[in-house]
Design a protein around this ligand. Structure first.
Ligand SMILES: Nc1ncnc2c1ncn2[C@@H]1O[C@H](COP(=O)(O)OP(=O)(O)OP(=O)(O)O)[C@@H](O)[C@H]1O
Ligand SMILES: [Mg+2]
Length: 461
């Protein structure tokens, strides 16, 4: 790939020498008047990866340089020193990729410029992706106009101006906890800083601990190299702890300490490292209940829930379907190269009549399937497959399992405990008595599930 270089301030002789050295896939343009660099780049449709500036001892205020460098898109600067160091060079140096003395060894210069060009490309990519991220996570990315959503957005707006150390997002599966965490970070005061995500249910305790706090080489068997933990990686930014309810109770104590003191120690190290991290925790389970059951620390619960955001289930705000469905269909139209733009009344009836236990995620899945199988502009009703789900949940007369759903009568013949026992048995059966997997499906912790298994004397059969 051709790399573009802008040479500024060089004499004709210097330029000739430079061009002779930089043969190959470099495009070189030159400019005499450094005051015009910004204009040149903005108007000439020439966006260099590297600017090589020949310093011939001309006195220019360092503030001019810093302002200029900051005003340009990411471009690395290589400063060629032809005489003694110019005045104020020390102030400019931190803004440069590197500096070299003239005359310079051919190979050294080529290597340096290649490195600088690569560095520019990476910076541009990062800038692009953070822009994309920012666009993906603005307050309106949370789609909906129902009173509950309007209220929520107002809260998110207010939150964006407030520095906080920790907050909790609660809500059923698929209500947008991950999305909301992203919005809070990317609209808040830490938006330029890292947003680091960790799913606490996905890792066993020891691994989770070393991920969070990091470790030194040799801290335990298997720790062959040093690992910077997520607290350190998120320094200055946000650490998003998803499914916090699944975190081991001993680890919860360490987490609380880290949040309160804003200090951590890598495993196997004595050194205390200061961090500045904002915590967003998300959970699909009732943490207060988990506290009562002894599975979640009271103090951590209080620490995290100073601010708490509860996301409404879709069934309580079905009017949002009118916003959500077209937006999701448009997205899948683009992805699948389709052109669905019509939803019949009959389909609207079905969409509005369904309770959406999997909330927006389920809606996305259903609509994705429909768009993929569409043949023309109409959303195909046969791929909704919502009726069967409704039927499976209401047509039975006693506790039964119908495909992946459980239904039960509301005539008092089935108590809450019967229902709980039945559901646990079914899920354990489905997972081959794998308690971790069953706990995940039931959105609870392994400890809670083990406690219930004992309580109801459920055994493998
Ligand atoms: N209000 C909304 N507007 C637009 N998209 C949404 C909304 N709510 C959720 N989504 C989308 O639905 C999907 C599921 O959301 P998300 O992963 O944030 O849910 P969750 O609450 O974290 O679920 P889980 O508890 O299962 O992890 C994502 O693709 C998300 O972008
Ligand atoms: Mg999630």
């Amino acid at each position: 790939m051709a790399k573009n270089i802008l040479v500024a301030g060089a004499s004709q002789l210097q330029l000739k020498q430079l061009m002779a050295e930089l043969t190959g896939d470099w495009q070189i343009q030159q400019i005499d008047n450094i005051e015009k660099i910004a204009d040149y780049i903005n108007t000439e449709d020439f966006e260099p990866e590297v600017i090589i500036y020949f310093d011939i001892g001309k006195v220019i205020a360092s503030t001019f340089w810093v302002k200029l460098i900051q005003s340009l898109p990411p471009i690395e600067w290589v400063w060629v020193l032809t005489g003694k160091n110019p005045t104020g060079f020390k102030d400019i140096e931190p803004w440069l990729f590197d500096s070299v003395n003239w005359p310079v060894d051919d190979d050294k210069l080529k290597r340096l410029i290649s490195k600088a060009a690569r560095s520019t490309q990476i910076k541009r990519r990062l800038e692009y992706y953070s822009q994309v991220d920012f666009n993906r996570f603005n307050i309106d990315s949370y789609t909906g106009k129902s009173p509950a959503v309007v209220q929520l957005k107002k809260m998110l707006q207010e939150l964006s101006g407030v520095p906080f150390t920790s907050l909790t997002i609660t809500g059923e599966t698929g209500t947008g906890k991950g999305l909301t965490a992203g919005i809070i970070h990317h609209t808040g005061q830490r938006k330029g800083a890292p947003f680091i995500e960790l799913n606490c249910a996905a890792l066993p305790k020891d691994l989770l601990e070393s991920q969070l706090f990091g470790h030194e080489a040799g801290a335990f068997t298997g720790a062959s190299t040093r690992l910077k933990g997520l607290f350190e990686q998120a320094d200055g930014g946000t650490l998003f702890l998803d499914e916090i309810g699944d975190m081991d109770i001993e680890l919860q104590a360490k987490l609380l300490k880290a949040i309160e003191e804003q200090k951590i120690r890598r495993l196997g190290s004595e050194k205390v490292i200061s961090v500045d991290v904002q915590i967003i925790a998300a959970t699909g389970i009732d943490l207060q209940q988990a506290v009562v059951e002894g599975n979640f620390r009271d103090d951590l619960f209080h620490r995290l829930s100073t601010f708490s955001i509860e996301l409404p289930p879709l069934r309580d705000r079905k009017e949002d379907l009118y916003e959500l469905a077209p937006k999701i269909i448009a997205e899948y139209n683009v992805k699948a190269n389709k052109n669905v733009n019509f939803i019949s009344d009959e389909i609207w009836q079905q969409l509005l009549g369904y309770d959406w236990p999997g909330n927006v995620r389920e809606l996305r899945n259903v609509l994705e399937r429909c768009v993929l199988f569409s043949k023309d502009k109409e959303l195909p009703g046969e791929w909704l497959q919502l009726k069967e789900r409704i039927a499976a949940t209401i047509n039975e007369s006693s506790l039964v399992r119908a495909s992946d759903y459980v239904s039960f009568p509301l005539d008092g013949s089935v108590g809450l405990a019967d229902l709980e026992k039945f559901i646990i048995e079914e899920v354990l059966d489905k997972t081959g008595f794998n308690v971790s997997e069953a706990a995940r499906l039931l959105k609870t912790t392994r400890q809670t599930l083990r406690y219930r298994i004992k309580k109801y004397a459920i055994s493998r059969h």
